[in-house]
Write a protein of this length. Structure first.
Length: 135
């Protein structure tokens, strides 16, 4: 997808997020997609070719950078990110994870970026967060 198209989509999703905030609503599905497009736009601004949605050659992650052959998983949340039972991490379905903490009014804060190896080091006892101790 062209960077201009990605930028336009980000602009519109920003407006949607703002409207949701005005009426004190949250929509984690829209927020997740917004985070993906926002990340794609930042990478495209830096000159990277970014594939997303059904146009990705590699579908194991949210974004794919074909020139670098890197897979990026994008997460957002209020203090934590869910990886279900940890299979994405265990099976190395991505190379990097970009996590956006959600701030006031549903705004995405500055991202935290982890390599897959850094995430594999994390162990949590809480279900649906990070990598389970039993894995």
């Amino acid at each position: 997808m062209e960077s201009k198209s990605i930028a336009k989509i980000v602009k519109h999703l920003t407006a949607v997020q703002s409207q949701l905030s005005e009426i004190n609503e949250t929509d984690s599905i829209i927020r997740s997609r917004y985070a993906e497009y926002f990340t794609a736009s930042k990478l495209a601004e830096r000159g990277y070719t970014v594939e997303l949605l059904h146009k990705r050659k590699v579908k194991s992650s949210d974004l794919y950078l074909p020139d670098l052959k890197k897979r990026i998983e994008v997460k957002s949340g209020n203090g934590s990110a869910s990886f279900g039972d940890g299979a994405q991490i265990r099976k190395r379905k991505f190379d990097y994870c970009v996590f956006y903490p959600v701030g006031d009014e549903g705004r995405l804060e500055s991202p935290l970026i982890f390599s897959i190896d850094e995430l594999k080091e994390l162990k949590y006892k809480r279900p649906h967060v990070g990598l389970h101790e039993s894995n």
